[in-house]
Ligand binder design. Structure first.
Ligand code: AGP
Length: 604
């Protein structure tokens, strides 16, 4: 996801712009650039690759000026080249953009007869050209931006700067977040509070359709109808925006090791006295069914929760990935609770799916890690998963905290539906409360997990197997392996192996079986035997009972501490995360910002 920063300062802004862009690196990018106005003159510096290349360029070709904008680009239209890097410019206009302009080709055709032809492959350049075109026709920057925005289809956050205007930035938001930072005689604009944290903790979030005219004196905001709008100024806890590795080699390992603590925080919030506690509006006597929608790792937490809602609360639960749900346009029956799970709260597909469900479902509930996010703001009710800032692109602590909150929600539903007596309920919650300590014990197995990873790293592909609720864990394990080590990995319900995938089995294909000794374990052992009978190499992740029963013939066994049924998918996520991490380390890939990935995908 692209990162945006803008500064109307009282000092040279180039260093500040680059420092803020560094705080946005976690979003994933492949090029970066800044532009400043100095003595009324606009100028730009852009570079492909990591920010260090832009910094090097600025050493040899510095940019002066007390007003500037900056951008980290995650390529959508056009390869990662200097020419395609933002800021883009046309005439007196320069602009940075996060999102997709869906009608940019039609707009190019509108501009061509005026001799305005693109010089890049990007949709963003068209925005600059259109704004310059309106200014050439006599509009001032404010009117030109309003006319430009009115012509755009798609999702975007835009920040404009103009030659001859060293006390004006114009920000526009439609679908991608933008925040305004208030300084002392200075003003800022950024993609989020993290980018703005070095400059201010006084933040105003723009709403959908807002345009903000920013000068050092402040920000004047108009809404989607062009009417003046007042948006709340809030103080952001600066330590919540602190980004450091706390002595870890990577943000990912830091966040993996934070899981015991943040899970305990979620338990304390939603089960403070050993019973689930949720807002009164979440009264499950109102609902006959649950629909859950998310993307990526969030989807796998929903898939896990499906088993819990159906097996424990006896509530039918449908799950789907957001990119399919929104276009499948499913009928949503009365008395349906629609749940949207998103770490960033800004994923475009999930937000679009939420908007489809709004007005159709009886309640739209979201589970997010960013309380000020678009998904949170557009929900009837948003539950914080309390995982703390998650910087590494690969989601870890957010996943296990999503599972924790969803497990408690399923128990809350079961109590409302009378499908679980208080004794069983308390037993499940005790199982969950034991998990942070079981996580610490599991993290102590790191060297064994690294050894298992060493056998996977040379493989061209890895197959993960799981049964029942652990099938969702196997899917998440495969995603982690793909996105971190770039090794192809897939997951199958182990009972499904014999219906085709078993043709893949041979010694070159490691098979990782994720199976606590639960009521389906013996079925899984049969599937393991099917693999080993064909000279397949099975790595078993299980507990002591499972190891005792099924170690024979395997290529290796990782023995986790015993965990309750509801707790197992949460605990078993840790070896899946560490297996992917160590395999990636063996492969030498970029751990915190894997190639091609963004931390939150705010485009379709
Ligand atoms: C997870 O490791 C990936 N980074 C990705 O699948 C992610 O879960 C997905 O893009 C959804 O993001 P969200 O939770 O912020 O909506």
């Amino acid at each position: 996801m692209c990162g945006i920063i803008g500064v109307l300062g009282n000092h040279e802004v180039a260093p500040l712009l680059v420092e803020s862009l560094k705080r946005l690196e976690y979003r994933g990018y492949d090029s970066a650039g800044i532009a400043t106005v100095n003595g009324g003159k606009l100028d730009r510096r852009r570079a492909v690759g990591k920010l260090v290349h832009l910094s090097d360029l600025l050493v040899h070709h510095p940019l002066a000026g007390h007003a500037g904008i900056g951008h980290t680009r995650w390529a959508t239209h056009g390869a990662a080249t200097e020419n395609n890097a933002h800021p883009h410019a046309s005439g007196p206009v320069t602009v940075v953009h996060n999102g997709i302009i869906e009608n940019f080709r039609a707009l190019r055709e509108k501009l061509a007869p005026h001799g305005l032809l693109p010089s890049t492959d990007t949709d963003t350049e068209t925005v600059a050209m259109l704004c310059a075109h309106y200014m050439a026709g006599g509009m001032d920057p404010r009117a030109a931006v309003q006319a430009t925005v009115a012509d755009l289809d798609g999702a975007f956050a835009l920040l404009f700067l103009f030659s001859g205007e060293d006390d004006l930035m114009i920000a526009a938001r439609k679908g991608s977040p933008l925040a305004i930072g208030h300084g002392d005689g200075e003003m800022f604009v950024g993609s989020d509070a993290i980018a703005l944290a070095p400059m201010t903790d006084q933040i105003t979030y723009l709403e959908e359709g807002d345009i903000a005219f920013v000068t050092r004196a402040g920000a004047e905001i108009i809404d989607a109808c062009g009417a003046p709008a007042r948006r709340a100024k809030q103080r952001i806890e600066t330590q919540s925006t602190v980004i450091d590795k706390a002595g870890h080699k990577h943000f990912m390992t830091k966040e993996i090791h934070e899981q015991p603590v943040v899970m305990a925080e979620a338990l304390a919030r939603y089960a403070p006295n050993g019973m689930p506690v949720f807002p009164d509006a979440l009264d499950f006597t109102r609902f006959d069914r649950v629909v859950m929608v998310a993307c990526g790792t969030g989807f796998y937490s929903c898939l896990t929760a499906k088993y819990w809602f159906e097996q424990i609360a006896r509530i039918p639960c449908e799950v789907d990935v957001a990119s399919e749900f929104r276009y499948r346009e499913p009928p949503i029956a009365p008395r349906t609770l629609a749940i949207f799970v998103s770490q960033s709260g800004e994923t475009a597909d999930t937000l679009a799916a939420l908007r489809y469900a709004t007005g159709r479902a009886d309640m739209v509930l979201s589970l997010v890690n960013v309380g000020t996010s678009s998904i949170a703001r557009e929900s009837d009710l948003a539950l914080a998963i309390l995982a703390g800032i998650e910087v590494s692109v690969a989601s870890t602590k957010a996943y296990t905290n999503q599972l924790t909150v969803l497990a408690l929600l399923a128990l809350h539903a079961a109590r409302a539906k009378g499908s679980l007596d208080n004794g069983a309920l308390r037993a499940h919650i005790e199982d969950l409360r034991a998990v942070p300590d079981l996580m610490r014990q599991t993290l102590a197995l790191d060297s064994q997990i690294a050894a298992m990873a060493g056998t996977l790293a040379p493989a061209p592909s890895v197959l993960f197997l799981g049964r029942g609720v652990m099938f969702a864990t196997a899917l998440e394990a495969a995603l982690k392996m793909k996105e971190l080590s770039y090794i192809h990995a897939e997951a199958y319900a182990s009972g499904e192996l014999k219906h085709g995938p078993i043709a893949l089995i041979d010694p070159s294909l490691p098979v990782v079986v994720i199976a606590p000794h639960d009521r389906l374990f013996d079925k899984t052992v049969s599937n393991m035997q099917e693999v080993m009978a064909r000279h397949g190499r099975v790595h078993l992740i299980t507990d002591a009972a499972g190891a005792k029963s099924a170690r024979a013939g395997t290529a290796g066994v990782l023995e986790l501490p015993a965990a309750g049924d509801l707790a197992a998918p949460i605990l078993y996520a840790l070896p899946a995360q560490l297996l992917a991490y160590h395999t990636a380390m063996a492969k030498g890939t970029d751990i915190d910002q894997p190639r091609n990935l963004a931390k939150s995908v705010t485009v379709e």
